[in-house]
Write a protein that binds this ligand. Sequence first.
Ligand code: GUE
Length: 287
Amino acid sequence: MSARILEGKVFAQQFKDDAGRRAEVLREKYGVNPGLAVIIVGSNPASQVYVRNKNKSCEALGIYSEVVEMPETTSKQELIAKIDELNLDKRIHGILVQLPLPAQIAKDEAEILNRIDPAKDVDGFHPVNVGRLVTGEDGLVPCTPAGCIRMLELADIPLDGKRAVVIGRSNIVGKPMLHLLLAKNATVTICHSHTENLAAITREADILVAAIGKPNFVTADMVKPGAAVIDVGINRIAPKKLVGDVDFEAVKEVAGAITPVPGGVGLLTVAMLMQNVVKAAEKAVCK
Ligand SMILES: Nc1nc(=O)c2c([nH]1)NC[C@@H]1CN(c3ccc(C(=O)N[C@@H](CCC(=O)O)C(=O)O)cc3)C=[N+]21
């Protein structure tokens, strides 16, 4: 039997509708419109879809959005000066520095991201927000993992007591995913490039999250029959061809539920970004 396809747009639309209603309340009751600033340094082609989808979503929800384009050769000091300016800007409730950064400042990534006011850190990458996630305090949660968890809940896929396996240990997906699944009482295992016997571990997963960045990494023999498979990968294998980390055609015959790429998790990421911008604006208003 073929798996249930978890269509990203169905879930993303619900998150965006909710963000739109809350933005409307902020405008009507407080005269405040949520605002997002996206800083792009240089031109990374992989980032362009994301920027396009973010702009479209902001427009649809009436959220103010500003794209700050800085040259490829921007120095750390120049980027930090821009962040400082946006930290003080009253119209801006969310700041996102598009990753990856160009080579000459890539090594300064942590210092740069840590400069963003945690209250405006809509990516949830600042150590203050990471700490809140780990301890279970309310904060801004990274968009991709947050979207995956909300989708699993809306899709009625049980997490409590279940085995969840995350492949990938990035700060952006793998690690926050671990904490979100743990908070839902799943038993969580993280696998990564040094994991021995990876397939034996993934075959135990009731929920399998693939965030590796390698096309077709997860094959059908690695999946437990009936498992929910969440594909976080976005791999461009040709100018117009996007694939995930999961061998979709084969795995959908084994899994119970699966997300497609495109049309899956990517759309949730954008929707959760809208939620985070609105949340940051709500907190700013109620301070
Ligand atoms: N600070 C920062 N935060 C990020 O969250 C971040 C980033 N930098 N840098 C780039 C990556 C990539 N990313 C995507 C989000 C949505 C889609 C997306 O909307 N994908 C759709 C459309 C695909 C298409 O139209 O080709 C889909 O998968 O269906 C793609 C890619 C966020 N990232």
